[in-house]
Design a protein around this ligand. Sequence first.
Ligand SMILES: [Zn+2]
Length: 298
Amino acid sequence: MRIGIDIGGTKIEAIAIEGSHEVLRRRIASPRGDYDATIRAVSDLVAAIESERGHSGTVGVGIPGAISAATGLVKNANSTWLIGHPLDRDLEHALRRPVLLSNDANCFALSEAIDGAGRGARVVFGAILGTGVGGGIVVDGQVLDGPNAIAGEWGHNPLPWPRDDERPGPSCFCGHAGCIETWLAGPWVERHHASATTERISMQEIVERAGRGEASSNATLERYEERLARALAHVINLLDPDTIVLGGGLSNIERLYTNVPPRWNEWVFSDRVDTRLLRNVHGDSSGVRGAAWLWGRE
Ligand SMILES: [Zn+2]
C-alpha cells in the first residue's frame, strides 16, 4: 500500500493506493500556524488508514515548498508555519519509517506521468498555472530532483522574447521584473485585463465573456495564449518533453489546448514540434496521488 499525503494551506489530504487503485481518501483542515499539530495530524491520518486497511504502507508527502539542501529545513512554502522546520525528519520520527517528501508541483507532474495525461510519455513537464506559476519534471516515471530542489521551477524565469511593451515587465515578489509568473498567473492576468479595459473582473469572468464573443476579453486570452506559447517554447527548447500537462485553475481554459501549440511553432528551434499539450486528468487530486507515487510504481 502506498499512502500519499498532501499538506496544503487549508487542508491536509490523504489517499491510499493499492496496486494501481485508490482504495481510500481522507481530508482534514490544516492546523494553520501550528507545526507540532501538523505532524500529529499526519501521523494520526496514517495510523487511521493503516488500521482501516489492516496493513502498513509507504508514506510520500507533498508540500507547497521544498526542503533546502543547504539547511535541511523547509523553504518557499506558502504554508508558512512549515518554514524553517526539518519536516521530513520530524515525520520520519513520528511515523517510525522513511518518508519521501517533494513539492506539490513535482507531485502533480508525477501523478500525471504515472497514470494521467502523461501516461506512457518518457519526459513530462507539469506546468501549474494558478495563483502562481510553478512546474515539475518527470523522467521515466521519476521526479527529476536537482541539488537545489528547483528542477522545473520556470515561473521566475523572465518571459522570453519580450516585446517592447513587455519590458521591463511588472515587479515580482521575487525581486525581479517581468517573470513568467507576472504574465501567466491568474491574479496578474486579471490586473493586465483591468489596465487594458479599466474594468476589474475575475479570470473566470474573462473566460466566460470571451466565450460569448466579447472582444476585450478575447484579446486578453489571445495575449495569454501567445505568452504561454513563448514561455513553453523555452521549456521545449531546453528539455524537449514528450508531453506538457497543465494544472492549476487556468488549466481549465479549454481553448489553450488548441490555440497554444500552433503558436509555439514560431519559437521552438525545430522544423516540426511533436510535443503534446494536455489537460490534467486527476485535477485537484494530482498532488496527493503524486505524493503516494513518490515511492515508485513497483
Ligand atoms: Zn519572480
